[in-house]
Design a protein around this ligand. Structure first.
Ligand SMILES: Nc1ncnc2c1ncn2[C@@H]1O[C@H](COP(=O)(O)OP(=O)(O)O)[C@@H](O)[C@H]1O
Ligand SMILES: Nc1ccn([C@@H]2O[C@H](COP(=O)(O)OP(=O)(O)O)[C@@H](O)[C@H]2O)c(=O)n1
Length: 232
């Protein structure tokens, strides 16, 4: 007799920058045949659109008024995730230091969060019909998908996270370790301190400290947690 296909599963992975959310989520989704959504990329995309359209990113009212204008589309194949804004590939421009330094201000605007949250929920609902999804961000377990089957909250020391990030930047945009750490801690504080759905661990999330773990160990840990959840 053929074994039944595994039931659909929705996994929420949250945590601050550099804890390994993207790398882990992509690998776990690929291994388990799930879709993958990088919600940070969506906030970066709307920020990039604001900058290129001359909207003052220090003006929440101007951001709120413009928030509905760009069409942001995420491709959810974990082996080749994509992000477009008004049909244009935005995967490169959303990773610049300028976008990184402005994204917390844009993502704190409630109108932006409401629009992007709706988008995320519809992507997750569609994926639930096709095996499931790993969604990574800051407020997935607390706000976007409070009924997710499994919630993970990744942490790591600021030192480890800065070292990982500056390793990525080397040769591209010069950034020393101290400056990277300072920018990262500042962004954590902004994301954790905002009023509307701040970066936070959901009460029912499993916390995994990745400071002393390799990426492969983190992936294995999350795959095991998903499989345990699926077998219940
Ligand atoms: N456990 C780990 N040990 C060492 N490096 C890691 C680990 N997890 C992720 N990385 C590396 O750190 C960088 C940031 O990881 P990423 O997945 O983008 O984090 P996040 O999405 O949480 O910001 C990447 O270069 C990634 O390869
Ligand atoms: N669910 C989410 C995801 C990201 N964000 C915002 O988007 C920014 C960029 O997220 P990201 O996941 O690309 O950041 P990194 O972890 O890659 O540095 C964060 O600093 C938050 O301001 C958010 O507010 N809510």
């Amino acid at each position: 007799m053929e074994s039944a296909a595994p039931s659909a599963v929705t996994v929420a992975i949250d945590g601050p920058s550099g804890t390994g959310k993207s790398s882990t989520s992509k690998a776990v989704a690929a291994k388990l045949g799930l879709r993958y959504l990088d919600t940070g990329a969506q906030y970066r995309a709307i920020t990039w659109w604001m900058i290129t359209n001359g909207i003052d990113t220090d003006d929440p009212q101007a951001i709120a008024l413009a928030a509905g204008k760009p069409a942001i589309v995420s491709g959810t194949d974990p082996s080749a995730p994509t992000i477009t804004v008004d049909g244009q590939d935005a995967s490169g421009p959303i990773r610049t230091q300028e976008v990184t330094s402005k994204v917390s201000a844009v993502s704190a605007v409630p109108e932006v969060r409401a629009l992007i949250t709706d988008l995320q929920r519809s992507i997750a609902a569609e994926a639930a019909e096709a095996g499931g999804i790993v969604v990574e961000g800051r407020d997935i377990g607390t706000t976007v998908l409070p009924d997710a089957d499994l919630k993970i909250f990744l942490t790591a020391s600021a030192e480890a996270r800065a070292a990982r990030r500056s390793g990525e930047l080397r040769g591209k945009e010069a950034a020393d370790l101290a400056a990277t750490k300072e920018a990262l801690v500042k962004r954590d504080a902004a994301d954790s301190g905002r009023k509307t759905s701040p970066l936070a661990k959901a009460g029912d999330a499993v916390e995994v400290d990745t400071t002393e773990l390799t990426l492969d160990q983190v992936i294995e840990c999350v795959v095991t947690l998903v499989e345990e959840r699926r077998s219940k």
